[in-house]
Design a protein. Structure first.
Length: 162
């Protein structure tokens, strides 16, 4: 059984797409725990604010199958394969960790943005403070406590899980 962490993000019809993603993810994964939902400004482009959160779960699915499922859930929620990297999103699901696997394919693991973006790191620190980052060689709580980027502001939003 693998421990996985998935970041969820949306800036188009945000609450609806995050809820729909959670329903889909809860069907496929076990022992799920959802962080608070945070709102933040778009990073890397001018656009509507995002909702972001992290889902912790366990799975017996292979890494490749998890990645394929996340892409399918994105497509089911209106995401197009040819969407530009820095552009508005109906839904963005990124696998952050699959146990302590380090790889570049089928996904970059651990995901590089974990240590760079507050909108990933803060919700991850809520659900996995003691999880050990195999590249940074620190716990998520240690990384979050040392994080310092005043440009990235987050605030919790009221959100009712499905």
């Amino acid at each position: 059984m693998a421990q996985i962490f998935i970041s969820l993000g949306s800036n188009i019809n945000k609450a609806e797409h995050i809820r729909r993603a959670l329903v889909a993810l809860n069907k496929h994964f076990k022992n799920t725990q959802h962080s608070s939902v945070f709102e933040s400004e778009a990073v890397g482009f001018a656009g509507n604010n995002f909702y972001n959160s992290v889902l912790a779960a366990t799975t017996e699915m292979a890494l490749e199958d998890v990645c394929a499922l996340l892409k399918q859930i994105e497509r089911d929620n209106g995401r197009k394969a040819n969407d530009k990297k820095f552009s508005p999103r109906t839904l963005d699901l990124d696998l952050l960790f699959y146990d302590d696997v380090i790889c570049e394919s089928p996904a970059q693991l651990p995901r590089d943005e974990i240590t760079k973006n507050a909108f990933v790191l803060q919700p991850l620190a809520e659900v996995a403070p003691d999880f050990y980052h195999p590249v940074a060689k620190k716990t998520i709580a240690q990384i979050w406590n040392a994080y310092n980027n005043p440009q990235q502001k987050l605030w919790k939003v009221e959100f009712s899980n499905p």
